[in-house]
Design a protein around this ligand. Sequence first.
Ligand code: ZN
Length: 322
Amino acid sequence: MKFFSIAILTASILTTLEIAAQSEPPQTVVQGPTSFNGKRSYEYLRQLCDLGNRMSGSPGMQKQQELLAKHFEKLGGQVTWQRFSARHPITRQPVPMANLIVQWNPESKERILLCAHYDTRPLPSQDLDPRQRREGLFLGANDGASGTAVLMELAHHIKSLPDRYGLDFVLFDAEEMVYSDRTDPYFLGSEYFAREYRKNERDYSYVAGVLLDMVGDAKLSIYQERNSVAWDDTRPIVQGIWETAARLGVNEFIPQVRYEVRDDHLPLHNIGGIPVCDVIDFEYPDRRNSYWHTTADTPGRCSADSLGKVGLVMLEWLRSAN
Ligand SMILES: [Zn+2]
């Protein structure tokens, strides 16, 4: 995810919001026997991080691809790879890329897209320590593993959903094969996916889509994203998701716009014409102490509770969308 601009919210409104958030009593999240399992999702997040850095074309990415293909196939998903190549920003050598596509109910012509990026940034380029910025380990527990881990757990629940729509999980490669924010391109995987969707003849279309990015922080706060609310075809998706969260008592989904985020939903929407909104927690843990793109983006900063809440909202939204 690239950069953001702070929405026009005055300090007084912010203060009011924060006070309101603190004074509200905790609410129970609705759970049933087929409920999303946050603990298992968190275990998946750990497994992914145990592979080390997972930047595009790396040994960690290759191991992750093997793990994910096995996982989704075991649960009945139809796994295919969308392969392409891109140049490494520094060596200029070609890097093999692959978007991972998991189809459920593949014969259905009207489909829902749930997606995330599964690559990690090569280096913790915003770490406070300059040496870490050059050679530190970036694990991407929140930024990379969290969306993937939610989809891994969701795969256990597909059979419990009505099947009016087909469902595709897509994990994008090279969201951020980025060493320099000024020169290196973002979103290579989602751009490739969007172009192929646009140009190829196909007998299906996406009616709605959700991008999950940075959804695992232990202190979860998910504001609505500005583009997702501004576009006519994604606004109803945003409304549906935040209404679902409110119904479930998941107050971490805050029905306010605070950021404009440049993320994989831009190429999907603007090139592919796919209505995809972004579900993203940009304040982790908060504005002043962000561990975004630092060595501190580790499993210890994420929680089963947060993954569980996001997953439950997505599961129930899918149920109601069908
Ligand atoms: Zn990132």
